[in-house]
Design a protein around this ligand. Structure first.
Ligand code: P61
Length: 445
């Protein structure tokens, strides 16, 4: 299937940006030329996945597609119990409510927006224990997703292990540029956590992409398959939340996976309150079938290599043009360093938000702010968090665009870079309470 794209004039895009309050989440998809907002639910399904949709068993209970999904998950990841959900944040919600008590702290390798919010809503506080290099766009550390074990130990010492229900470990850490964690580091994290009776929860949204970078970068892993590395990662962890809209190449879906049968029973009871019966969890039978097939496809080397390879292609093009990006180039997108791109703007003038709007106006390419707006407000001070990373994410859907599209993107970013001195900052004029970046509105300064 192909989708016709529409080219608008610059004047039309200026109007669309204004109407969207300079927030790329509020643009109409029809007004976008190349959509690099996210790789979430935007990938193209394979022939096998489309065929799977035709095999949907839409029984309310006990759909055969659920059993296929469960078997596929167990085969590739090895977790014992699967609780299906409509997408990743539903799994985060249940897990947080089940494991976190008021006053608990949850260490993790950098925050993710929805993950942290669900931890906070359950009464917990997130503590960042990622290595310092992750906050530095220029650091060439090959595993910027690694945990600083001394920081993790300090959390345990300060609060006591009984106030740390789990450590949350993301693979291909999203907010610092799709940066991998190494097997060696994960092994050490798992050992330290388990010594103290702390669970290791895996945010496995882009686990296969992380596994590829382990194969390419970690000593002793070159001969292993992506599938085997993926399994090794999962075996070091006790439970997982999954947004299948990424690695699994489906438009909707996700799950919670756990090894503890008691926790599984509690989650199965909770899923019927918020999502649907425990054999569909908010998905249609056909969606579970496509997901079951996507689990197998995502660990195929040829697929994952070309996917991450396309990200590298765009990243290298931008580097050749002298554009400041997060290094090394990560898994699912290229992240522009907005602080370096627009050094004349203070962070409270939202340089990344402004840059994403400028790129859209230039060419119709849609990207996403990942900086001061995304980070939200500090609950204690009420001020903007002003995170060290102020980024614009050019995220590549899987199996959708060609390298020619990437060339257009690179040309547009270069054009905006050449005109950067004239770029103005933004003022936030509407700010919703939760996850403000999705719906906030801005005006140019
Ligand atoms: C994304 F701007 N990611 O990257 P759900 N964990 C991780 C994710 O990447 C993730 C979820 C959990 C999105 C969609 C999105 O601030 C944002 O299936 C590592 O989206 O519920 C989602 O999975 C949540 C975009 C989510 C955002 C939150 O584009």
């Amino acid at each position: 299937m192909v989708e016709p794209l529409r080219m608008m004039t610059q004047a039309e895009r200026e109007k669309a940006a204004e109407e969207a309050g300079y927030n790329t989440f509020l643009l109409r998809s029809e007004d976008v030329y190349i959509d690099l907002l996210t790789d979430s639910g935007t990938s193209a399904m394979s022939d096998r996945q489309w065929a799977g949709l035709m095999l949907g068993d839409e029984a309310y209970a006990g759909s055969r597609n659920f059993y296929h999904l469960e078997a596929s998950m167990r085969e590739v990841y090895g977790y014992k119990e699967l609780i299906p959900t409509h997408q990743g944040r539903a799994a985060e919600h249940m897990l947080s409510q089940l494991l976190i008590k008021d006053g608990d702290v949850i260490p993790g390798n950098m925050y993710f927006t929805t993950t942290r919010l669900h931890q906070e809503l359950a009464g917990g506080t997130f503590v960042d224990v990622i290595i310092d290099e992750a906050h530095d766009p220029e650091s060439l550390h090959p595993f910027k997703g690694n945990v600083d074990l001394a920081k993790f130990q300090a959390v345990i010492d300060e609060y006591g292990a009984d106030r740390v229900p789990y450590v949350c470990i993301a693979t291909a850490v999203n907010m610092c540029g799709g940066q991998p964690i190494s097997l060696e580091n994960l092994r050490a994290v798992s050992e330290l956590a388990h010594q103290h009776g702390i669970l290791v929860v895996h945010d496995m949204t882009r686990c296969a992409e992380n596994a590829l970078l382990i194969k390419e970068r970690e000593d002793g892993c070159a001969e292993k398959t992506v599938r085997d590395i993926t399994r090794e990662i999962c075996d070091l962890t006790d439970a997982a939340t999954m947004s299948s809209k990424k690695d699994h190449l489906v438009n909707i879906g996700g799950f919670l996976a756990v090894n503890d049968p008691e926790l599984a029973d509690k989650a199965r009871n909770m899923v019927v309150v918020y999502e649907g019966l425990h054999t569909y969890g908010g998905m249609a039978g056909r969606d579970m079938e496509a997901l079951a097939i996507g689990i197998q496809e995502c660990v195929e080397f040829d697929h994952i290599k070309s996917r991450v390879g396309q990200v590298e292609y765009l990243g290298e093009k931008l580097q050749e043009g002298g554009i400041p990006i997060v290094q090394p180039i990560g898994t699912h997108g290229v992240f522009l360093d907005a602080k370096k791109f627009l050094p004349h703007l203070d962070q409270d003038q939202f340089p990344a938000q402004a840059l994403a709007a400028e790129i859209y106006v230039d060419s119709g390419v849609r990207s996403m702010e990942r900086g001061n707006v995304s980070a939200g407000r500090d609950p204690k001070t009420g001020g903007n968090r002003r995170p060290p990373l102020e980024l614009v994410r050019l995220t590549i859907p899987r199996r959708v665009y060609t390298q020619a599209h990437m060339d257009v993107v690179a040309e547009s970013v270069k054009a905006v870079y050449d005109a950067r001195a004239a770029a103005r900052g933004l003022r936030m004029v509407y700010e919703p309470k939760y996850l403000r970046f999705f719906q906030a509105r801005f005006e140019p300064l």
